[in-house]
Design a protein around this ligand. Structure first.
Ligand code: FAD
Length: 465
């Protein structure tokens, strides 16, 4: 056992199970300290996630206390500054798990070098992914740009690999502190009241992630392919915020699903596959984090319209399914995937607003925000991504509503102004003429754009590129 202190840098890995860096630290050291670096400037644009992180730190502090490991939260505006100071101390070794974003992976290389120069033992482990992002390539060594062949190869590769063993975390002899000025998890709660309501729907912890997974496998996975598109039923796992923050490892999800021994799990695992594909994309084509994957969209004539953007953000577009989605997002920090596609399409195709505005808003409001899925999801919707929906396929928000929320259950939940509208009109309330029950201007809002006109305008804009 090493007499030095074992440090474990936590990022998106608030879990005990399959936390490879933490288990290695406890294997090698009698005394281990875990730390989380809080960059307040980053979370100004990720308020929802700031809430999740504070709650996760609260729970994980207790989990680690039971193992005699102190979790210290350090505020810093720059990782680089923090580590330049840290290497001046020499009484430690350090371990962390990868986060699959190009900046993080680049920083890992830099960090490893500066530790090695100072003879500080450091080791980086596999993060929350099935295959490392560089492992899945075409025969000619180039990255996949289309999902189906990517996933065919990735699934096979994963199955043939020896799975990562779940090493135990060993209880430390004694709990110690390492850093000065460590914060309390409450100190990093965002200073915004809108996030307070998340506690009604979410309880961030590893224990709850595992419970939710088991519940989903027991009750819903068999019907996942049929039910996943209907936002008024609980047809999906709602695991995304837990996965993002590493409360559950995707290998654990895989292992629990295959225990079911049912072919029907494959549709669900393919969605985990989309997450793998998106991580592969942003690492192989990092320019897409800031701009269009498909360069021809650089000339797209986006329109700047702050008023329309604000109606969209507030769920006041006059299209019930769009408004329901935007309000669900604001109230719960999450939105159903089908509705993410509908509201996204409405922003970029009906309002002709640049997908980056939508990406920014989701980044701030989603508890599950991650760069790979958000940027790729938005570019998929806008038509400028890899293997994306073609731009000319424009979702009709009325028909989408009628197809996926036939009886308006989802809409009535989030847009209560429409609760008395008969099903027939729930997705086109402007056609319901009964002054006593409902008046469009008084009780709701007229559509901010006309669907047919907006469609023609979008198609004309597309012709320009
Ligand atoms: C415009 C847009 C933005 C999006 N932004 C994000 C984001 O920031 N973070 C995020 O995790 N997902 C994002 N998605 C993908 C998807 O909507 C969510 O992953 C999904 O709704 C999460 O709900 P769930 O956990 O119940 O999913 P389930 O259907 O239960 O799927 C299980 C897991 O598979 C992964 N997954 C599912 N669908 C997708 C998908 N289409 N693409 C990639 N991975 C998927 C997620 O990790 C999810 O938790 C976005 C989609 C769109 C259209």
């Amino acid at each position: 056992m090493n007499e030095k202190i074992g440090l474990c840098w936590l990022r998106d890995d608030f879990r005990i199970k399959k936390n490879f860096a933490l288990s290695e630290a406890t294997k090698n050291h009698k005394r281990v300290v875990a730390f989380y670096l809080f960059k307040s400037n980053q979370y100004k644009k990720q308020e929802a996630q700031q809430w999740w992180i504070s709650k996760s730190l609260q729970d994980f502090t207790t989990q680690l206390n039971n193992l005699n490991i102190k979790l210290e939260i350090i505020k810093t505006e720059s990782y680089k500054h923090f580590f330049e100071k840290l290497i001046l101390k020499k009484n430690f070794s350090i371990y962390w798990n990868k986060v699959y974003e190009p900046n993080y992976l680049k920083f890992d290389i830099y960090l490893s070098k500066i530790f090695e120069k100072k003879n500080i033992h450091n080791k980086i482990f596999k993060g929350n992914i099935l295959n490392e992002v560089w492992e899945i390539k075409k025969e000619d060594g180039t990255p996949f740009k289309v999902f189906t062949p990517f996933w065919r190869r990735a699934e096979k590769y994963y199955l043939e690999k020896i799975p990562s063993s779940d090493k135990k975390i060993i209880k430390c002899k004694k709990k110690i502190s390492f850093f000065k000025n460590s914060l309390n998890y409450n100190d990093i709660l965002p200073n915004k009241s809108w996030v307070n309501k998340f506690k009604e729907n979410w309880h961030p912890s590893e224990e709850n992630a595992l419970k939710e997974l088991k519940k989903f496998i027991e009750n819903s996975i068999e019907n996942y392919s049929e039910q996943r598109n209907y936002p008024y039923i609980l047809g999906t796992s709602k695991l995304s915020p837990f996965i993002k923050h590493g409360q559950i490892h995707v290998e654990t999800i895989w292992e629990e699903c295959v225990k079911k021994k049912d072919k029907k799990i494959s549709k669900f695992l393919a969605e985990i596959g989309w997450r793998e594909f998106n991580h592969s994309l942003i690492n192989n084509f990092p320019y897409m984090l800031k701009g269009n994957y498909s360069k021809k969209f650089d000339k797209f004539p986006w329109e700047k319209n702050l008023k329309l953007l604000s109606f969209w953000k507030k769920g006041l577009t006059g299209y019930p399914i769009v408004d329901a989605g935007m309000r669900e997002l604001y109230k719960t920090g999450w939105m159903h995937n089908r509705v993410r596609m509908i509201v996204g399409s409405f922003l970029v195709k009906h309002l002709l607003i640049d997908w980056r505005e939508g990406e920014k808003h989701f980044r701030n409001c989603l508890l599950d925000f991650n760069e790979a899925n958000n940027v790729s999801g938005w570019q998929w919707v806008a038509g400028c991504g890899a293997d994306a929906a073609p731009y000319f396929r424009i979702f009709n928000p009325i028909l989408q509503g009628e197809k996926f929320d036939k009886e308006g259950k989802y809409v009535r939940k989030w847009v209560p102004e429409l609760k008395n509208i008969p099903n027939k009109f729930i997705h086109k309330p402007w056609e319901f003429k009964n002054e006593k029950v409902f008046n469009l201007e008084r009780d709701y809002i007229s559509p901010i754009v006309n669907h047919e006109k907006a469609r023609v305008k979008a198609l004309n804009a597309f012709k320009k590129i």
